[in-house]
Design a protein around this ligand. Structure first.
Ligand SMILES: NC(=O)c1ccc[n+]([C@@H]2O[C@H](COP(=O)([O-])OP(=O)(O)OC[C@H]3O[C@@H](n4cnc5c(N)ncnc54)[C@H](OP(=O)(O)O)[C@@H]3O)[C@@H](O)[C@H]2O)c1
Length: 285
């Protein structure tokens, strides 16, 4: 029986990246649907849960993606609300790689050094990756702040993570190089999760900082999020600090994403969201 993955995307065009990884993770067919929301997803879920016998339902699964993590979270809840005993399929949430990228970055940082009690600043942490990474580090026992160019965005991101994970994050405004340098002054760990191709930190802002022990950057497109590092850095020491570049931890992200897709087809009960994906990342890291 063919393994079918239904890619439910909150954006107009289902993510090509997610389609490729879905095939590489073991799906036989990937069927993408765009512009989905809680109001229009019901019939698609019904089609997934009613069509196969109990023993073979594990060969149908749902992947939720898109650039908006809040919309993704709402779609995951709506999909699950259509399930009832005996009629459900496995489902995974990974809007913009939020869970798999965040989990890989945080698991690699945690594999280098304990995060417990550390002061962490997630620069430009208001996107899907930054929000989830901040929450995961807080769950690991770190004291985490999220910066944004606009304090309101940072406050909204912290409130969203409080609502979802019951973690206390601190919102900070850091709109330019000077404010970002000030935001990381007392930090032990810095993670940059800004938009593709945006430099957030210059070398002189971190290289001589005596408090900083580790830095990681999610942005693989030049210019990198952190000046003075290499995208391939894999826990490399630079200026006495442990550095994880975007491709340095990106190989774990891809392996993790594929492993999660494979896991979806193990049975029809899986709900792969941040907690389970992060646990898997720590095992794989
Ligand atoms: N390494 C990997 O395996 C991997 C996998 C997936 C994604 N990624 C990368 O992870 C990063 C984060 O992804 P995402 O989807 O969470 O990012 P995103 O939503 O596109 O951007 C994150 C935040 O960056 C800030 N930002 C946007 N333009 C900026 C600018 N010109 N200057 C300063 N800040 C700016 C915005 O925050 P405010 O408006 O609140 O300031 C935004 O919320 C991206 O670089 C993406 O390419 C890496």
């Amino acid at each position: 029986m063919k393994k079918l993955l239904f890619q439910f995307d909150t954006d107009a065009h289902p993510s090509v990246f997610d389609t490729v990884v879905a095939y590489d993770g073991g799906a036989d067919h990937v069927i993408g649907h765009g512009n989905l929301n809680p109001g229009n997803v019901g019939a698609l879920v019904d089609g997934a849960i009613f069509t196969r016998a109990p023993k073979t339902k594990k060969n149908t699964a749902i992947f939720i993606g898109g650039s908006n993590i809040t919309a993704g979270q709402e779609l995951l809840i709506a999909v699950q609300q259509h399930f009832f005993p005996g009629f459900q399929v496995s489902v995974m949430l990974d809007s913009n790689g939020s869970n798999t990228t965040a989990a890989a970055a945080v698991a690699k940082l945690a594999s280098s050094k304990s995060l417990v009690g550390k002061k962490v600043v997630v620069l430009a942490g208001t996107g899907p990756v930054g929000q989830r990474a901040a929450a995961m580090m807080a769950l690991e026992g770190a004291k985490v702040s999220i910066t944004s160019r606009n304090i309101l965005n940072a406050e909204l991101a912290c409130a969203a993570m409080k609502a979802r994970f019951n973690v206390k994050l601190t919102p900070l405004q850091a709109a330019d190089d000077t404010e970002r340098a000030a935001a990381i002054k007392e930090a032990n760990i810095v993670l940059t999760t800004g938009a593709t191709g945006v430099e957030l930190l210059k070398p002189e802002h971190w290289q001589d900082n005596p408090h900083i022990e580790m830095l990681a950057d999610a942005n693989a497109t030049p210019p990198l999020g952190i000046g003075g590092i290499d995208v391939m850095d894999k826990g490399r020491l630079r200026h006495g600090k442990i550095i994880w570049g975007a491709i340095g931890f990106g190989s774990l992200k891809l392996a993790l994403h594929r492993a999660c897709i494979a896991k979806l087809f193990e049975d029809n009960q899986q709900v792969l969201d941040a907690e389970i994906i992060f646990e898997l990342a720590k095992q794989m890291a």
